[in-house]
Design a protein around this ligand. Sequence first.
Ligand SMILES: [Zn+2]
Length: 277
Amino acid sequence: MHALWIRALAGVIAIGGLYVATTQQANQPLTVEKLADDLHVIVGSGGNVAVLTTDEGSILVDDKFDRNVPEILEKVKSISNKPVRYIMNTHHHGDHTGGNTTLIKSAEIVAHDNVFANMTKGNQPGAPRITFSDMASMRVGGKELRAHYFGRGHTNGDAVVLFPAHRVLHTGDLFVAGTPFIDYAGGGSAIEWTSTLERALALNFDKVIPGHGPIMTKQDLRNWVETFKKVRMKVSELKKGGKPAEEVAKMLNIEEFGWKPSALWTKGVPGLIAEVR
Ligand SMILES: [Zn+2]
């Protein structure tokens, strides 16, 4: 009972941390980037939202914070006059699922089993009514998207979402422009993260919508995986000889690998040092 409570609390703190990390961009207006006539990305405040429009309604991948919903809907309306029918969540964090609170009243929300588990544990509103374990396909208005779960990484419930016709992959926070956040309280794993992404790299796509940051390429994702491995190898090296974790943390300089330290990165460091052998 006690252990469960602590886990739930840790989940809330993780979400709180994310909130702090993303509030700097909270008031900037959202903008729309066009990848194709029927595929757009809404950027600014919270995670990147992909919008696939069809004659039978739109599908969103992620929905930022609840306060962003009016603006998200306004942006969708500027692309299509059809309603939002489905939302695929890439993972449970509040900057990707916050809009569920409002949107679940009019749209169906789908996510990995562990997104439901994590949201329930963290008392987050708008948990998905439909969940999947390995893979889910959505077919609406003659268009398709596929969500794949390839293993742990940023959390224990990250899905990557493929738009096969567009050769575009939405990675959620399994890939971001910059430094990752290993959310150990949310079931994340630095060791599994790169093999999870390597399985994603086997899919057919050219462009990547990261969880945060500008549109990138498959090669950018490959490079990021290699950087992640180098950082992990460095931790392993620093741990040799049984140095205490605090000392390893002090000696680890991720700027060496082109990653800027962030509050969220730092939060994951003790878990990273404990996990890497
Ligand atoms: Zn996240």
